[in-house]
Design a protein around this ligand. Sequence first.
Ligand SMILES: Cc1cc2nc3c(=O)[nH]c(=O)nc-3n(C[C@H](O)[C@H](O)[C@H](O)COP(=O)(O)OP(=O)(O)OC[C@H]3O[C@@H](n4cnc5c(N)ncnc54)[C@H](O)[C@@H]3O)c2cc1C
Length: 363
Amino acid sequence: MVLDSASTFGTGTSSRNSEVIHAGIYYPPGSLKALFCVRGRELLYKYCYEHGVPCKQTGKLIVATGPLEFSKLNELMNRGTQNGVDSLKMLEGFEAMKMEPELQCKKALLSPVSGIVDSHSLMLSLVGEAENNGTTFSYNSTVIGGHLEGNCLHLHIVESKDLENWNGDYPLQPELVLVPNLVVNSAGLSSLALAKRFHGLDSCIIPPGFFARGCYFTLSSTKVPPFEHLIYPIPEDGGLGVHVTLDLDGQLKFGPDVEWIDSIDDVSSFLNKYDYSVSASRAERFYPEIRKYYPNLKDGSLQPSYSGIRPKISGPRQSPIDFVIQGEDIHGVPGLVNLFGIESPGLTSSMAIAEHIASRFLK
Ligand SMILES: Cc1cc2nc3c(=O)[nH]c(=O)nc-3n(C[C@H](O)[C@H](O)[C@H](O)COP(=O)(O)OP(=O)(O)OC[C@H]3O[C@@H](n4cnc5c(N)ncnc54)[C@H](O)[C@@H]3O)c2cc1C
């Protein structure tokens, strides 16, 4: 059974991302991010081809725009190779610029296996397949917490509309209690706030949460997109840098940037109250970043598009933290799996995460 507080599937981060199928280059060797990204990419391409989900192996260029970035590019190449990413190739600037005439760079790392996927079609297909295999989807159903009884997690549920006027000022009463054999807390941005509402779960094991909004801008009035590959700068603190992604209709977008948000408390997080608006003024920061590798970007050509929020468990200027998947061995609660910090490459990794949970926790 899938319980979702929203009125349909995929209203959270899964429909607010770059839709990039990552190769597995950036992550420390041996980390869950590295392992799941590489495995998840293979599973995802296979699934898309077998189920007619639109996807395209566009290839990607990570670009160094000056000599100071060469060492970082080399590090990425070594990391990717250690992570088992095939066919990575270091290109001289002129070779990359031959592939992409609008690009300006001194060197580039080519990752041929990177690509894009239509995330909505993917989710639609997965929902259909899950239903065909007997899964019940219960929308408008919010898990408000739970308690341990006889070593079993009892899950508390209310209809989402009954939370409309609630602001944390009184304790919530469940309208339904379920006692499943296995609960996977995959509530995305809310998973930490939800875990804090499981009575009997030691709060020490719940990491601190941080939120980093990423805004996207599209390119106005271009009939032919200037790039055919995904173009990424060297990664920045908190994200992969303002990059170029394409969707399957050839529409080009730039982003996401990184804007740390410190005003989200547990109640707002639990209620999924997030501000996804994109301020047009943020474009001013985009122009100089993008012009480092796309100097022909015209003034006034960027238009605000959408945003997503990264469910982070490391804060500004802290080293990135790996995906956290906690089972009974970590928190002592039988039949509970918490997923924390499922930020990028979570979409690429999704099937590998599911495979891992099924093999490790489903009896
Ligand atoms: C800006 C940005 C760009 C990204 N780009 C990429 C990319 O290009 N490639 C990539 O691989 N990854 C990318 N990611 C990461 C990827 O999008 C996420 O890792 C992934 O979508 C997370 O999926 P999820 O199911 O954990 O969370 P979500 O998609 O947010 O789903 C959580 C679900 O839980 C439900 N829920 C919440 N609380 C409750 C509750 N109490 N009771 C019941 N239901 C509840 C919500 O309604 C929602 O449906 C990006 C992320 C961001 C923010």
